[in-house]
Design a protein around this ligand. Sequence first.
Ligand code: 5GP
Length: 120
Amino acid sequence: GLPPYDDSNVFARILRGEIPATKVHEDDHALAFRDINPQTPVHVLVIPKGRYVSLADFSASASEAEIAGFWRAVGKVAKDLGLEGAGYRVLTNMGEDGGQEVPHFHVHIFGGRRIGRMVP
Ligand code: 5GP
């Protein structure tokens, strides 16, 4: 089963303002900020403000408003960063086999260069 939410995780600390982040968007339901170790010219993380460990948790437990607000923020951030024309990738890592390191649900937005076909 899923682990319980850990309030000491790094994205919870960013949400509480305890550690800095380069924010690119914030609204009632979501926060977006630059990844500290970017893998592409544009690499942004989008997180819901609620306490969800992963996609499994978020998709099962978040309200309709949280889910809608979160995904609207993902699309808006990509557009506002100028990625819509050339395209971009959205990815989430879920759990141990998915390679998830931070236990607060997040999606990565990768863009700014040609990424090509999805490979694991
Ligand atoms: P995942 O959990 O999906 O494997 O990846 C977590 C992502 O969070 C990584 O890409 C990593 O570089 C990023 N990250 C980890 N700690 C911090 C941090 O303190 N600030 C920021 N902005 N990104 C972080």
